[in-house]
Design a protein around this ligand. Sequence first.
Ligand code: FAD
Ligand code: NAP
Length: 342
Amino acid sequence: MDAVVPEISTNVALTDMNTLRVSASAAYFCRLSSVDRVQPVLQFARARGLTVTALGGGSNLVLAGDIKGLVVVLDIKGIDVLASGDERLDVRFGAGECWHTTVEHCLDQGWYGLENLSLIPGNMGAAPIQNIGAYGVELSDLFVSLDAIEIATGQPRVFNREDCEFGYRDSVFKQRLQNQYLITAVTLRLSRQPQININYPALKDALGGLQASPQQISDAVCQIRQQKLPDPAITANVGSFFTNPIVSEEQALSLISLHPNMPWHVQPDGRYKIPAAWLIEKCGFKGQRYGNVSVHQHQALVLVNHGGTGLEVLVLADKIVQAVADEFGIDLVIEPRVYGRE
Ligand code: FAD
Ligand code: NAP
């Protein structure tokens, strides 16, 4: 315990705070439930030259080793309606709100738009980092702004949608502003009228192609996910380990001529998105185990940890990247963020 900043503890095990269940620790750790406490904590880190890493539910990161700096869990709660009209309303959510509980809360209130994103693990504060998306909807479709604090200076800053430079499972916070801000709240624009989006094939099939209520969409998404994806509470994983590659039309057409069964989806900009799971399966990895880590038997995008280290998971990921590059000339990109390599 530190006399000035009582929330800070030392040598804290992170094993139960990352869904890959990698055994690693943080040299300094704190859990903050109020924005007011962020400044003293950042001052503590600055005074000691510590790196600061934000941690949410730990469902999209790999701990490659112990973290020598300070890990901060922003457990800031709160759901506040900022502006409300007949059609739409803007709601600010604290960074520590659980994502799926928030989706359920919004449905209960008759605030629509989040149903396709049901059952994504993690917290609100992490949702903008990779512009979470599933079943045809992305966070950026509903995003208004976020409140953040710059780690280096302690300065507060509001980011609007343009500032976040959202892309496919991407944002400025995974690129040039990586690890530079703590997100304390996210504001979303929700609808008072159901916003039905069932164009995504798996969802349309599950609903039998019929019109559905937002609650039915949420239930269907939960059901598909529970059938297809390993539950991180039982099977240690971080969801998709790679993003789906997006390639030029020229490269896609050349690959399709060589592999006529390869699935693809044309993007609005004319490029082609290729499912990474198909590429990995074609390279023979699906269901294979390598020591303490494996590729899930039903979902080749998911790497499973059976008591191994973060480095073992990353070695398997590198092996997959290399094989897909050799076979298809496509460079897969790892989706979760890697920490503890310093
Ligand atoms: P963490 O893993 O704790 O952190 C992820 C990154 O965000 C880290 O870089 C961390 O430093 C940063 N971060 C966290 N909180 C803050 C904050 N307050 N301020 C600044 N930076 C912060 N993702 C999808 O997009 N779509 C899916 O459908 C999906 N399905 C998944 C299914 C499973 C079974 C699993 C295990 C994961 C899935 N994911 C999916 C990935 C993951 O759930 C999301 O990316 C989620 O947003 C991560 O939230 P988290 O709180 O666990 O973040
Ligand atoms: P799926 O339905 O088997 O589809 C395979 C891939 O094809 C998906 O990744 C999807 O890309 C793409 N796709 C399918 N139909 C499409 C369409 N009509 N237009 C454009 N792209 C299309 O996928 P899944 O693995 O079961 O996952 C279902 C959804 O949950 C996906 O949206 C996926 O992204 C999301 N998910 C994400 C994670 C994660 O950790 N990031 C984990 C599990 C599930 P998109 O990924 O762009 O949708």
